[in-house]
Design a protein around this ligand. Sequence first.
Ligand code: AMP
Length: 220
Amino acid sequence: MSTAFTAILLGPPGSGKSTQANFLVKELEAVHVDIGLALRKTAEMSTPLGVRISDIMNRRKELVPDDIVEEVLSGALASVSPDRLVIIDGAPRCSAQIGIVDAMLKIFERKVDAAIYVALSEKESVRRISRRWMCPQCNRPFVRGADFQEENAMCPTCRVRLLRRKDDTEEGVRKRFQVFALNTLPVVEHYRKEGNLLEVDGTKDPVMLFGDIRAHVVSH
Ligand code: AMP
């Protein structure tokens, strides 16, 4: 594996991108660049930018403008040492961002070494998201009915109450799935054509799925 391996993680809502990114962090000491999380944090601020992002993400459930994503990505990459494995979760999310991500990686002497696409149907995406809660502190997802049952459940690690993301409504996930199909599937096809796409089945057991991803990453 080259010292500055960089992978991007693509997939519709609920496909398990964050779970796989967390495995990569734990097992391969990767740095997880989570664009959606960084944007959600900004959206919680009562600054003009925060209010604008919140409107786009939480009310319209659309993509935020490319220049904002570029800034988030630049800030995140600037703090990563060059020899660390980086997983970019959530960008490029549309064709226009492919060049932006490439140019940004070039500044940090990186390139997209692998694009990992976790595929999932709309039906399964909606089913999963409608049962998803998150820990607001460690951002780990929890599935109601599997990981916890009761109202007001707490994160076992952080001891804070689990919450739902503002955009995790049924209408929200359907809209985000459409946005994914329209804007992000062309990005998947771009990497397929370039020959550096690993497509994995998001319905597979997460540990087995990680086995496939890990094998791909370490073989580089
Ligand atoms: P995620 O956490 O990946 O589900 O992203 C949550 C939301 O953040 C998306 O629905 C978009 O509104 C926004 N977002 C995340 N990544 C991007 C991106 N690369 N470009 C534009 N918007 C993004």
